[in-house]
Design a protein around this ligand. Structure first.
Ligand code: PGA
Length: 273
């Protein structure tokens, strides 16, 4: 990927472009008889991408039989049936629609950090999660959203504030920041923790696609990637150091970055379309 930033007119155009990129990768690997390892995200941002992938499966013969997935994160503790569970969310938005049959994804190829693992076994679970990624050759394409506080996965700004270097952050249990508890509607649920891939885990992916949509993300996109240059207080800013990271955002999320174009341009060519 040569371009660093692509700005699409709206959410649907962003979602379609993201799905197209995922589908091209899957089709290319399928032709070569190779599996495709996808890193997936939850939240409202990738919903349109998953909807389009389901459409491509149903109407354009996209073949998921050789696709392996690893989700970024999940709440902990959180039962799979809990309304906030990312297992439930992923099943509803994607997996239940593309499973079974010849072109379907195989249940054993779907990986999501467990919300049910007992506390004493979390560390082992996290090590095994990373090990599985390695065993299948690593993540080919990692999809990430960005929190309004700049988090990627559940790597919160607070996790870097004590001077911990990002490259030491692997899959682990974390405390959610108050901003995330509020933004994700967790007040009253008792959920305060999560298991998340680390920033280093995300940086190990062969390519990363960051999606952002809507006016709510304009400020953090500007603070992270625009204006004053790269802001490493926002965990997402670390992605600027990834050789194959691409920002695919819509006009509303890009609304504040005009004065930061120099910083963004410094990374590559801005493609509008
Ligand atoms: P959202 O969440 O897609 O629901 O805005 C993004 C994130 O918190 O990473």
């Amino acid at each position: 990927m040569s371009d660093w930033l692509t700005i699409k007119s709206d959410y649907d155009a962003m979602s379609e472009a993201a799905a197209k990129q995922v589908a091209i990768l899957i089709r290319e690997n399928n032709r070569k008889g190779k599996s495709t390892v996808l890193g997936l995200a939850t939240g409202s941002t990738p919903t349109g991408l998953y909807k389009e992938l389901v459409r491509l499966y149903e109407e354009e013969q996209l073949d998921f039989s050789n696709v392996i997935t690893f989700n970024l994160d999940n709440y902990w503790p959180c039962d799979d049936a809990h309304e906030k569970s990312y297992v439930k969310e992923m099943n509803e938005k994607l997996f239940d629609h593309i499973i079974g049959g010849e072109r379907g994804i195989k249940r054993e190829n779907i990986h999501i950090p467990s919300g049910k693992v007992v506390e004493d076994a979390i560390e082992e679970h996290c090590i095994a999660y990373e090990e599985k990624m390695k065993q299948v050759g690593g993540i080919d394409l990692q999809i990430v959203g960005i929190g309004k506080n700049g988090h990627i996965g559940f790597n919160e700004p607070e996790h870097l504030a004590d001077g911990t270097p990002w490259y030491k952050l692997r899959t682990r249990k974390v405390d959610l920041s108050p901003a995330t508890i509020k933004a994700n509607g967790l007040d009253g649920t008792g959920i305060k923790s999560a298991i998340t891939m680390g920033i280093d885990t995300i940086m190990q992916a062969k390519s990363v696609l960051l999606l952002a949509s809507g006016p709510d993300k304009a400020q953090i996109i500007n603070e992270t990637f625009g204006a004053e240059g790269l802001n490493l207080k926002s965990p997402a800013g670390i992605l600027a150091g990834h050789e194959h990271c691409h920002l695919l955002i819509d006009e509303a999320a890009a609304a504040a970055i005009d004065k930061g174009e120099a910083a963004i341009k410094g990374k590559g060519v801005i493609a509008r379309g």
